[in-house]
Structure formats: structure tokens, C-alpha cells
Design a protein around this ligand. Structure first.
Ligand SMILES: Nc1ncnc2c1ncn2[C@@H]1O[C@H](COP(=O)(O)OP(=O)(O)O)[C@@H](O)[C@H]1O
Ligand SMILES: [Mg+2]
Ligand SMILES: [Zn+2]
Length: 428
């Protein structure tokens, strides 16, 4: 329009691509998806002398794309004066991404060694974890500390996460790129579209916003079953497909699932200091709300018992996040060496492959087989235990999966009404 009305010459914008939202006051307002746009422009064949003009608020994310010329006016007036002068100034560069200090730490949690150990295993192998315990035991507190023991984002991962958050319109413009692993904790009133994505102009859901990070479902049984069912595809594939009449869209959704629930309706089953008032049938019905297929896809189940008041003030809080993260990074490095790919980790390796190439010792194999027969483990459940055992061995810096690794993995296997038995469900 500016060219058409003679305000600027056509030549001035010949090698420009401009995106933005124009406010009534002439301000150029931020847009969603600027990083994806910048990546597309950079990947096209017109980049050499092309300048991408975009809102100043979006420049941090777009600057992540190397070798692309940018201009970032704050108002339309500013842009017009630049174009008249024939010079588009480059935005000032920003510093690189550094890992910020976390404001919470695993050592904030007193006791709960079993749960902390399960979180370390979950972080090391990218396994899902379900915590079961009474209210006030520290489940939510523990889950919020899971990101602090996960490895730092790689540059490639940071770029992917930033792109998704940009498309969703939740990027903090003052921060530029996302540098920490996402932690998403949707409320149980979330809709299916909110959880997995959707809408008339499809937006990524919580599973995609949690990509490369943690999706935490607190009070798991309060989520409607239909909403939880929608988690199956992303948990299997690491992506989510949103089908529309016009086209189907795919968003990445590779997250570590953490979930928490009470053991019974009143919450105090197994609590010695607080009697449970639920009838056995009520407990069974309550537990039955956890769908077998979902429970089956969460590798680690851990009891989080009530903690004695005296221990809360005690100094027995164990290792801090930094020390645990160092061990997690070590275990990840061993997995990368084994699978020779950045993306692979024990949670996603085919069970058959692990059985053959995973270093399972004869004694470990014997223990796994006999437990599998005794407990009627399905092939899927059998492989899940093996994957967790492999991660425990990696945390141990042990080449082979031994009896003690299998034993510990068995201790964290799913237990629930509808899981695991090959009598009640088909095998994998
Ligand atoms: N193990 C613990 N160590 C330190 N504080 C705890 C612990 N467990 C519970 N708390 C305290 O109790 C509060 C409630 O814990 P929370 O994590 O919400 O429990 P839950 O999710 O199991 O109901 C926490 O904010 C914290 O102040
Ligand atoms: Mg809680
Ligand atoms: Zn109860």
C-alpha cells in the first residue's frame, strides 16, 4: 500500500519480506510463529539479499536463525523513514543462552528417598513416573523439581521448543529463546484440545508445549478419561497429528510424563498415623479409574508415603539437584553412545532390541523371566521393566543389566487394577 500510494519506491522493498500486526496507533505488534517464519525464509532460496522485517518484540526468537538479515521497527513510521533512506538497520545482537539457576532444588524435599530415586531414574532414561501418596506428602513439590535434574537443553532442542512456544503465542519477548526445559502442569479441567492441541486455526496443546520437558498431571484421576485417552498417540509417537478438513498438522510432543494421585478417595490408605475411611470396593473403583493402557505407558510407579513432622525439619534431604543432574547426564551420555543418536534413550528403545543387545546378564534374565511368569507379565510389561533396569544400570555406569538392576526396576513397576496381567489384556 505504501508503494501504491507513492510514499516509498517499489525498489525499496524489492528484497523484503514483512510480517507483523499493525496497531491503530501505528505500532507494530508481535505475532505468533515468528521463529518458524524466519526458519522458512532462511531455508528458501531468496535469502542472500533478503531482509525479514518483523516486529521488534519478535526479534529475539528470529535472531536464533543464523545468517538471516532482520529489521525490527517498533512503529510503521520508523519503518517508512528507514525505507525512504534506503537503509534497514540491523537489530542489536543479543547474548547467547545460558542456563539460568533454578529457583527450586531437590534438596528442598525432606526424606522421600524412594520418590527422589524414581525421579532420577525417570530423568536418566526419559521414563514416565506416577507418584501415589496421601495429600501433603510432597508429590507436587517433587514433580516441580523434576526439570532441575534433567540435562540442559541442546541448541537444537532449544530451537524446537522456542518455535512451538512462538506458534502458541506464549513466548516471553524479553527472553528471546527458551533456555530451560518446559514444565507444563495443566489443570484437570483442561479440554482435549487444550491438552493435545486443536482449535479452528490449530494451536499446539500442552503435550507440545511440554516438548523436551515435563508434562505434569497432578490429581491424575480427576482428569476425564476421554481427555487422558488422547495422550496415547503422543506418548507412543512423540508427535501429535491434528486433522482438519483442509489439511492435517503435526506438532512435536516428546515429553516426560509425571503424574500424581491419591491412593484412595480419602487419601490416607497405607498411612499409619491417619486411618483410611474408604471401603475396599470404593478403593477398587477409585483405582479402576486409572485406565490400564495409560498406566501401562508410565514406566515407573512409586509410593510417596506420608512424612513424619519430625523429619520435615531434619537435615536428611539428600543430594541437591546439581549432583543428581550430573549423574543423569552421565547416564544419558552412555545411552547416546549405545544408540549413536541424540534422540534415543532407554524409554524409547524397542524392547526386543534391548533383550538382544541391551547387555542383559544371564542372572538378570533369569530373574526377569521368573518374575514375569509368576506375575503373568505381558510382553509389554516385561519390556518396560527391562528398559527401566537398563536405565538403572546406566546410572550405575554398568555395561550389563544385573540382578540388582532388575530387582529395583521390579519395585517400581506399575501396580493397579487393570494393568500388566496378560490375562486381562493382550500382549504388546
Ligand atoms: N517431603 C517434604 N519436605 C519438605 N516439605 C514438604 C514435604 N512434603 C510436604 N511438604 C510441605 O507440604 C506442602 C504440600 O506438599 P505437596 O507437594 O503439595 O503435597 P501433595 O502434592 O503430595 O499433596 C509443600 O508445599 C511443603 O511445604
Ligand atoms: Mg499435590
Ligand atoms: Zn481412604
Amino acid at each position: 500500500m505504501l508503494v501504491g500510494t507513492g510514499v516509498i519506491k517499489a525498489d525499496a522493498v524489492r528484497h523484503c519480506i514483512a510480517v507483523g500486526e499493525l496497531g491503530l496507533d501505528g505500532s507494530i505488534r508481535p505475532i505468533r510463529g515468528a521463529l518458524s517464519i524466519a526458519r522458512r525464509v532462511a531455508a528458501s532460496d531468496c535469502t542472500a539479499d533478503t531482509t525479514l522485517i518483523l516486529p521488534a518484540t519478535n526479534v529475539g526468537e528470529a535472531a536464533l536463525v543464523r545468517g538471516l538479515r532482520l529489521a525490527a521497527p517498533v512503529t510503521l513510521g520508523e519503518l517508512v523513514s528507514w525505507l525512504k533512506r534506503g537503509a534497514l538497520p540491523a537489530p542489536s545482537p543479543r547474548g547467547g543462552a545460558v542456563r539460568e539457576l533454578d529457583s527450586v532444588d531437590l534438596s528442598d524435599v525432606a526424606g522421600q528417598e524412594g520418590a527422589k530415586r524414581a525421579l532420577a531414574i525417570a530423568a536418566a532414561g526419559s521414563h514416565g513416573v506416577l507418584m501415589v501418596g496421601p495429600p501433603g506428602a510432597g508429590k507436587t513439590m517433587l514433580a516441580r523439581r523434576l526439570p532441575t535434574i534433567l540435562p540442559s537443553l541442546t541448541d537444537a532442542e532449544a530451537l524446537e521448543v522456542t518455535a512451538i512456544h512462538s506458534v502458541a503465542g506464549i513466548l516471553d519477548p524479553s527472553a528471546g529463546a527458551v533456555t530451560r526445559r518446559p514444565f507444563r502442569a495443566p489443570h484437570h479441567s483442561v479440554s482435549t484440545a487444550g491438552l493435545v492441541g486443536g482449535g479452528s486455526s490449530p494451536r499446539p496443546g500442552e503435550v507440545s508445549l511440554a516438548h523436551h520437558g515435563v508434562l505434569f498431571l497432578d490429581e491424575l484421576l480427576e482428569f476425564p478419561r476421554g481427555v487422558l485417552e488422547a495422550l496415547r498417540q503422543p506418548m507412543e509417537d512423540g508427535t501429535i497429528t491434528i486433522a482438519r478438513a483442509s489439511a492435517s498438522l503435526r506438532f512435536p510432543a516428546r515429553f516426560a510424563l509425571a503424574a500424581a494421585m491419591n491412593p484412595c478417595p480419602c487419601g490416607h490408605l497405607g498411612d499409619v498415623s491417619h486411618p483410611c475411611v474408604c471401603a475396599a470396593a470404593e478403593v477398587a473403583k477409585y483405582r479402576g479409574r486409572l485406565s490400564g493402557p495409560l498406566a501401562d505407558r508410565i514406566d515407573l510407579h512409586v509410593n510417596v508415603p506420608p512424612i513424619a513432622l519430625a523429619r520435615l525439619s531434619g537435615r536428611d534431604s539428600g543430594d541437591g539437584s546439581l549432583a543428581v543432574r550430573a549423574r543423569v547426564e552421565g547416564a544419558r551420555a552412555r545411552q547416546r553412545a549405545r544408540y549413536r543418536s541424540d534422540a534415543e534413550c532407554n524409554a524409547r528403545v524397542p524392547g526386543r532390541w534391548l533383550e538382544i543387545h541391551g547387555g542383559l546378564e544371564p542372572a538378570g534374565r533369569a530373574m526377569l523371566t521368573s518374575a514375569g511368569e509368576r506375575l503373568h507379565l505381558s510382553a509389554r510389561a516385561f519390556h518396560r521393566v527391562l528398559r527401566v533396569a537398563r536405565t538403572i544400570a546406566d546410572l550405575d555406569d554398568c555395561q550389563t543389566v544385573c540382578e540388582q538392576h532388575v530387582a529395583e526396576a521390579m519395585g517400581n513397576r506399575p501396580r493397579g487394577a487393570a494393568t500388566e496381567s496378560s490375562h486381562t489384556r493382550g500382549t504388546a
